[in-house]
Design a protein around this ligand. Structure first.
Ligand code: GTP
Ligand code: MG
Length: 317
């Protein structure tokens, strides 16, 4: 995507005066790119402008922001070459993922309570700060916490386990609590701002789906929920791409009461989450405090399983 998207302001678009610009910003459309990829309906609802005008504004933003659409193979190859891998702390788990958590894509971890999703998320926040030679990405972490389960005390234990300075480690993790699904999606916009100031190489959303699940109940609300989740995930992907960052999200499982055969646990969010996440990992508890991770539907990796442990000093084999 083009650099000059940031240079022009949304006021420079035809039809956008100061009042409309304020409304757009309030609704989270802070730059030309955000408007360029918006739907006319969303834009018009968020700002009380007619859909016809919204279409014109979006078209103008597309021209200015140079959303392009097509990229040549060599440019794509160049971006692919930038892809990095972040260690989980467990060799077996890294191997399952083809070398660790991949940048520029979303890795989803789903599983029942206590299966280790939040523990891995914490560990990634520590590991991302390590040098590339130690399978880190030499950057900061951003953590969107929807369940109030981020624990600095746990980070300290993990940092100590690796002999790292705990104060420094904590200072490179930017945590925000999300109070509802709207707030959660807004925090992704905020994340883009933080990423301008700090080298964010990991974005965690723990949990991706809990607020959506709690707020959208009943059949009639499902389409709306899926659409918002879809947009949320694509916003995350965009930031992950722009910053060459790992996106790690967690997801709960719903036990289907009528699932008599096979595995009765299913991730929340259905096919939307499944199709947007590049890697899906199913975590479950095993004997003696061990955990088993299974890779589900990966485009270029074989399905398989890995065993890892959660110890006081963090995630290991
Ligand atoms: P939900 O968010 O409830 O869906 O679960 P989760 O998958 O996020 O679970 P989480 O990652 O929080 O795992 C919690 C489990 O990790 C605990 O039940 C412990 O088994 C383990 N754990 C957490 N801290 C420690 C620790 O300091 N030492 C050890 N040995 N295990 C720990
Ligand atoms: Mg958790």
């Amino acid at each position: 995507m083009s650099e000059n998207a940031g240079e022009k302001k949304i006021e420079d678009l035809p039809g956008v005066g100061p009042a409309t610009a304020d409304k757009l910003r309030e609704a989270g459309y802070e730059d030309l790119m955000a408007i360029a990829v918006a739907s006319p309906k969303d834009l018009s609802e968020a700002t009380d402008i007619g859909e016809g005008i919204a279409i014109k504004i979006i078209q103008a933003a597309r021209r200015e922001a140079d959303v392009g659409g097509f990229e040549t193979g060599d440019v794509l190859l160049d971006r692919r070459k930038q892809i990095g891998h972040l260690t989980s702390g467990s060799k077996a788990l890294d191997e399952l993922l083809g070398g660790g958590f991949e940048t520029q894509s979303i890795t989803e971890m789903y599983g029942e309570f206590g299966s280790g999703k939040t523990q891995i998320a914490h560990q990634l926040c520590v590991n991302v700060q390590r040098a590339k030679s130690e399978n880190g990405l030499g950057g900061h972490a951003l953590y969107i916490d929807t369940e109030n389960t981020f624990r600095p005390e746990r980070i300290i234990q993990m940092a100590e386990g690796l002999g790292m300075d705990q104060t420094e480690v904590l200072s490179k993790i930017h945590v925000a609590r999300a109070y509802n699904s709207n707030h959660q999606t807004m925090l992704v916009e905020k994340a883009a701002e933080v990423a301008k100031e700090f080298p964010i190489r990991l974005i965690v959303v723990d949990s991706l789906t809990a607020h959506f699940r709690a707020e959208y109940v009943g059949r009639g609300t499902l389409a709306d929920r899926q659409q918002k989740l879809n947009k949320h995930m694509h916003d995350l992907l965009r930031i992950g791409g722009l910053n060459n960052a790992v996106i790690a999200v967690t997801n709960q499982v719903s036990v289907k009461p009528d699932a008599f055969f096979g595995d009765p646990t299913r991730p929340i969010g259905g096919h939307i989450v499944g199709h947007t996440a590049t890697f899906r990992m199913y975590l479950r508890k095993s004997k003696g405090g061990k955990r088993i991770a299974r890779l589900i539907d990966s485009p270029h990796l074989p399905e398989g399983e890995a065993v890892f442990s959660v110890l006081e000093q963090g995630i290991t084999d």
